[in-house]
Design a protein. Structure first.
Length: 297
């Protein structure tokens, strides 16, 4: 049996996917590792390039772009019965020395069923990737930005570096780097395929917590995540719209249609306040982005 199956979803990202694969394949690991690439119908020659450089890597090809959840589920279903752990890893990541072994060690030492690790931007600055489940108070503090004004408040998306230390139990971890004990899939199933992108990681962690499973985070392993750095400072319309839409879906799924409706009203309220605030300080680009979100949420 393989110790760790690493599942990487690729969609027209040949260059960064090859770099990600190199950061794994060019290193020696204590654990037995199997790498699987799921290709979401790329048209940039990704599959041929991967096969040429790394013929030992298994490639699963989808005939169409089926999104994050369905794409990763293809890889997970192919591997979880013959692997102790499954790591879902974004293609825009660079695995640092010893990270995969350290991640497995942290999961076993802390008895975590789901775990992620320390993410870094390309300049090696810290990148938040965890938080509290989006129950009423943490979500309200995050939507209202009260968590930014009073950093001791629990937040849905924890941004304060003090939150991230050692090995600790958290509410959820980001799907950019998320490792599962394969027993999780036997108990819970897989990523919710109704979610094309955004919130599928939170949903699976939420389902895990309901079943008494443990979600953890460790600083003993480090992985560079290029995506967070490349988006920094730019209005992220698709990401923000996806996050809000994903949260509304989660509230319907985990609570009720009424709860989802109340959440939608709060999103309108606080997004409207952000439009006013950004307009007042002259940041018209962000104001326009939030206005577009209100029109399309």
């Amino acid at each position: 049996m393989t110790d760790l199956a690493v599942i990487i979803l690729n969609y027209n990202t040949k260059k960064i996917t090859l770099e990600c694969l190199g950061s794994i394949m060019d290193k020696q690991w204590e654990n037995k590792i199997n790498v699987v690439v799921v290709d979401n119908a790329s048209s940039d020659g990704s599959v041929a390039a991967i096969r040429k450089k790394y013929p030992e890597i298994k490639i699963i090809s989808s005939p169409e772009n089926i999104g994050f959840s369905r794409g990763n589920n293809l890889g997970i279903k192919n591997e979880y019965k013959r692997s102790r752990y499954c790591l879902v890893l974004n293609s825009d990541t660079l695995v640092q020395d010893g990270a995969l072994d350290a991640l497995v060690d942290a999961a076993e030492e802390g008895e975590y069923d789901i775990i992620s690790c320390k993410l870094l931007n390309t300049d090696k600055s810290f990148q938040p990737n965890a938080g509290n489940l989006p129950t009423a108070l943490p979500l309200f503090f995050w939507l209202s930005n009260l968590d930014g004004l009073f950093n001791f408040l629990p937040s849905y998306q924890e941004r304060e570096k003090r939150y991230y230390s050692n090995n600790k139990e958290v509410g959820w971890v980001s799907g950019s780097v998320i490792m599962f004990n394969s027993k999780v899939f036997k108990r819970l199933g897989f990523f919710d395929e109704k979610i094309f992108m955004y919130a599928e990681d939170v949903d699976l962690c939420w389902r895990a917590k309901k079943k008494g499973l443990r979600v953890g985070w460790t600083d003993k392993a480090e992985i560079v995540h290029i995506g967070g750095a490349s988006l920094s400072g730019e209005p992220r319309y698709k990401q923000w719209l996806g996050e809000f839409g994903g949260l509304i879906y989660l509230y319907k799924k985990h609570y009720s249609n009424l709860a989802a409706g109340i959440l939608k009203l709060l999103i309108y309220l606080f997004t409207g306040l952000r439009i006013i605030a950004f307009s007042m300080v002259g940041n018209k680009e962000y104001a326009r982005t939030y206005a577009k979100i209100i029109r399309n949420i």
